[in-house]
Design a protein around this ligand. Structure first.
Ligand code: PLP
Length: 241
């Protein structure tokens, strides 16, 4: 367990403290505009390529959730991260051969994108005697460069994996294409939200739809306006990579 960082330490990272304030106030403003309670939206700091010391500065400044993309990078860093004060999610693509390394070491896996990986996570969780919270990643822009299930395949996948005892599906995650205009950004998030609501209404056994993870540095305000419950912010918080 790490000691609380001193005020002196903060001063080494004024950018992070300042950025966090700005982002939190932008989130609050978007919530007000959308008529939503700010408590419905969780800020995730995306920590890929960010050193543990900087991550800890953000945690000390009030960040409560971090997201990592790569299993190995996270495992290498995690001993130095102030983990007793932050929750962690895996947000990058997960290969089945890495499942045993990560299950039990994060609070949620947001990047379930196949029956195969869902099964592997479930089986390994059962072996550890735990149930792993997961989100299913949807390739909402149907981009060849991105992971995630197609929306047309989502319901069937959910039905299949709902029977897996070692995982609990909590919602959906998406990384939409990068758009320039507010209208385009809102349109894709609104489409994703509709899918989320449609799926929730099917009341699939053993599946809850209470988390919708969407929105990054360039579009988190639009994502909140359209119903996001987790915004995943990297560069706006930690600087460009
Ligand atoms: C890198 C990353 C983010 C954050 O991106 P920024 O544009 O730096 O905010 C969010 N989600 C995922 C899945 C990522 O890989």
């Amino acid at each position: 367990m790490m000691e609380k960082l001193s005020d002196e330490f903060y001063n080494l990272y004024p950018d992070i403290v300042e950025n966090l304030k700005v982002i939190k106030s932008n989130i609050a403003e978007a919530c007000i505009k959308a008529g939503r309670d700010p408590k419905e939206v969780t800020l995730m700091g995306v920590t890929k390529t960010v050193q543990a010391e900087r991550i800890n500065a953000a945690i000390d400044a009030g960040l409560e959730l971090i997201g990592e993309n790569r299993v190995q990078e996270y495992l290498d860093k995690r001993v130095r991260i102030n983990l007793d004060r932050v929750k962690t999610h895996l947000i990058g693509h997960l290969q089945t051969n890495k499942v045993s390394k990560i299950v039990g070491k994060v609070d949620m896996i947001e990047s379930i994108d196949s029956v195969k990986v869902a099964k592997a996570v479930s089986d390994y969780s059962t072996k550890l005697g735990i149930v792993t919270d997961v989100l299913v990643q949807v390739n909402i822009g149907k981009e060849a460069s991105k992971h995630g299930v197609m929306e047309e395949e989502l319901e069937e996948l959910l039905h299949t994996i709902s029977g897996f005892g070692g995982i609990k599906v909590r919602g959906l995650m998406a990384i939409p294409p990068i758009y320039d205009t507010e209208a385009e950004k809102r349109a894709v998030f609104s489409h994703m939200y509709k899918l989320f609501i449609d799926i929730s209404r099917k009341n699939i056994d053993n599946i809850t739809m209470d988390i919708l993870s969407m929105g990054m540095s360039s579009d988190y305000r639009e994502a909140i306006l359209e119903g996001s419950t987790i915004v995943r912010i990297g560069s706006a918080l930690f600087g460009s990579r």
